[in-house]
Write a protein that binds this ligand. Structure first.
Ligand SMILES: Cc1cc2nc3c(=O)[nH]c(=O)nc-3n(C[C@H](O)[C@H](O)[C@H](O)COP(=O)(O)OP(=O)(O)OC[C@H]3O[C@@H](n4cnc5c(N)ncnc54)[C@H](O)[C@@H]3O)c2cc1C
Length: 464
């Protein structure tokens, strides 16, 4: 079958957000309120900040405002790979913070355990499955790279299983698989929207006041705290935490550090027993291939396959627009690549196709700071690996607002920032050359051209 035809009934909306368990939106803020802590943004970043703030001090009066509905953005439409890594993967961490990587890995593992414990504590059913993730090589040079990573990982005392082609295909069968690295502990699969909605419930249960369809329009100092204007009211807060991800930061100087990059995903119909038997996948691991333009794929609780990634699209001017969430040419490419990976599933159909914006920064992992004399904190730049790391970012924001020197705030990773992106049109041109160079490398045995090698030397890059 023409792979595009498998898309003909795909609904242009994130599978996860169509769930019948989607909660009703809460009312918008009307009038003025006062609080100790205002959290702006109702994705994981804001929800974790509000929840952990209440856990640290139940007497704190916490308000959260969300411009749309809780979990509608990246947090409700992602792949649901919840990783321990705080550094957008081990390789990126090794390149940037080799001396503190062991510490970062330890903190990341504790963070992932903390997420699991929170789900248990509040009875959140987010279809959590601690399956681990397999990085898959589909080209010979990637097999070598995986072995190099395995060796580096073992030097840090981390446990990773190397799979040759046969062992990998015994786990998940694709004729394109040449080998893999299985991180059994460091990644869990989750239903992303149920995680966001569950955190929302937990926040409400702890007394957080949440207002949806309440965009924070501006931020200014007021007495010893901050005042935030919303369409129908104002919030006067002693402290403010910004979990606004890829959307224009209320602290303007943060904006040049983040660009919106669109990432896309398909969801298939549920596989029947025969189709499942044809691919194996009894361990239900998350999978990702090792190309620069990579795919990520996993099973849902009802045995659909989510298949995403590959194209990472930047639009001139760095705009975030709802219409960018649909990109038929990318959906066709994804569908084509899906059937190349799993030819035994010929005839399977896609039920959903969607996209969303990722907050890419030039070092691929989040950065943090305060503004307005320590009254406002922000965390952004998670670059496509924020499902787990946003909880760590929430802790950092709260530490910073407390003015506390903690293990987290002492980290070089937390104290430093990425390089900002240049203004347009240089930004667009630079990203375009980088994207093309990465594509070229994927097609030519991983060979990085002069442009990529220069960026590597400068510690700069573009990823999703
Ligand atoms: C298609 C896709 C796939 C992904 N896959 C994965 C994955 O498998 N694993 C992984 O780790 N990461 C993945 N990510 C990234 C991950 O989803 C994000 O890193 C994470 O959800 C970020 O959470 P957040 O709360 O910072 O941002 P968001 O979920 O974007 O939340 C920010 C919220 O702030 C609100 N907001 C913004 N400005 C204002 C304002 N002025 N006033 C009020 N509200 C405001 C927005 O409306 C939004 O709801 C993926 C992302 C996408 C788009």
């Amino acid at each position: 079958m023409d792979s595009a035809r498998a898309l003909s009934d795909a609904r242009p909306t994130p599978f996860w957000l169509e769930d019948p368990g989607r909660p009703e939106a809460l009312s918008a803020l009307v009038g003025d309120v006062k609080c100790d802590l205002l959290v702006v943004g109702g994705g994981y970043s804001g929800l974790w900040t509000a929840l952990i703030a209440k856990e640290r001090d139940p007497s704190l009066d916490v308000v959260l405002v969300e411009g749309n509905e809780v979990g509608w953005a990246a947090s409700g439409r992602n792949g649901g790979f919840c990783a321990a890594s705080l550094t957008h993967g081990f390789g990126n961490g090794l390149q940037r913070w080799p001396t503190e990587l062991a510490q970062l890995e330890r903190l990341g593992a504790a963070n992932l355990d903390g997420i699991e414990a929170t789900l248990k504590r509040y009875g959140i059913d987010a279809e959590w499955e601690r399956t681990g993730e397999i990085d898959v090589a589909t080209q010979p040079h990637q097999v070598e790279e995986l072995h190099e990573i395995a060796e580096a990982v073992s030097r840090y005392g981390l446990d990773i299983t190397v799979l040759d082609a046969d062992a990998l295909r015994a786990e998940v069968d694709s004729p394109t698989f040449l080998g893999g690295l299985w991180d059994k502990e460091g990644v869990a699969m989750v239903h992303p929207a149920k995680l966001a909605w569950g955190l929302k419930d937990a926040c409400l249960g702890q007394g957080v006041r949440i207002f949806e369809y309440t965009r924070a329009l501006d931020l200014r100092e007021y007495g010893s705290g901050m005042a935030v204007r919303t369409p129908y009211g104002r919030v006067f807060a002693r402290r403010v935490a910004l979990g606004t991800n890829v959307f224009p930061s209320l602290v303007k100087r943060v904006r040049p550090y983040v660009v919106p990059v669109y990432d896309y995903a398909l969801m298939t119909e549920p596989l029947n027993a025969e189709q499942l038997a044809a691919i194996g996948w009894r361990g239900r691991q998350g999978l990702g291939d090792s190309a620069n333009k990579f795919h990520y794929f996993r099973l849902s609780a009802d045995n659909r396959i989510l298949w995403g990634g590959y194209d990472a699209v930047y639009h001139y001017g760095g705009r975030v627009r709802n219409e960018y969430d649909q990109r038929p040419e990318t959906f066709r490419t994804l569908a084509h690549n899906f059937f190349r990976c799993f030819p035994q599933l010929e005839g399977l159909r896609f039920t959903h196709a969607w996209g969303g914006a990722i907050d890419t920064c030039s070092r691929f992992s989040a950065f943090f700071d305060t503004a307005h004399r320590g009254r406002v904190a922000y965390a952004t730049g998670y670059t496509g690996l924020g499902v787990g790391a946003t909880r760590f970012g929430a802790e950092v924001m709260l530490d910073l607002l407390d003015g506390a020197r903690t293990e987290r705030t002492s980290l070089e990773m937390v104290r430093s920032k990425p390089l900002p992106f240049p203004p347009e049109p240089v930004r667009w041109a630079g990203i375009e050359i980088t994207t093309r160079s990465l594509d070229y490398a994927d097609r030519h045995g991983g060979r990085r051209n002069l442009w990529l090698r220069t960026l590597d030397r400068l510690g700069l890059g573009f990823d999703s």
